[in-house]
Design a protein around this ligand. Sequence first.
Ligand code: DGL
Length: 284
Amino acid sequence: MPANIPMTSQVLPGPILVFDSGVGGLSVVQALRERMPDLPLVYACDNAAFPYGLKSDIWLKQRVASVIRCLISEIQPCLLVVACNTASTVALPELRELCSIPVVGVVPAIKPAALMTRSGHIALLATQGTISRPYTQQLIDEFAADCEVLKVGSNQLVQLAEIHLAGGEVADAQLLEILQPLLAEPRLDTVVLGCTHFPLLQPQLVRVAEAAGAQHWQWIDSGAAIARRVLHLLSNAGYSNPCCPDSFVRSCWLTATLDTNSQLPESLLRFGFDHLQVLNHPSI
Ligand code: DGL
């Protein structure tokens, strides 16, 4: 049973904290809400340090630990979801050591992709950081050793997802260019979206890929698996229908104030977060 979640009550001792560098974790929020609409969630994004995809391992480990420490002390969550592949593939062991609550990380869905593919040719679309991590290679060696895995890093796609959520236009031509290395591999049949930002653009990515001839691709991300894991931990701890004092929920914590013309608050509202708060944390 996870630490710090008592068995007796349905009232959670704190909300679930979902953390990412930017808006990507909202795709995980969506997956959680699809399964448990009333789950008390608080969202936090380290927008001051966005994007994480090009940061060094050492810097990221320190940064994520320092921001998470401050968030936990402010929010007192009962469970942490690190809804960021880039941070999870480098900092999970340290975060588990730091936190006395259960920590659920998000890593690329290589294992289910290896089970789904018929041709044995998979693409992993993720940040530069994620595709170059030893952890990602270990996942491939362990679960997809008999597959060809094409690793494609795109930090531009992360930026485009942010633009999309901030109400901006993402041109099909930009997505087509990012998909070119995948389209050049005719045997490919399965695409892993290994960055939580990417499912936010999935309908457009699918449409662009299909128009370029890839109607047979199967797309997978980690959202559903994370939601199952969170629900499993909660129900094992006695919370099959958890709730939480109202004041906890609907807040989104940021590490930097937003531009006055940012459309992000409207997007956050669509995901149920109507109260923005800026975290006071020591910068590293
Ligand atoms: N959403 C993040 C991920 O899953 C990171 C994006 C970034 O900050 O580069 O990897």
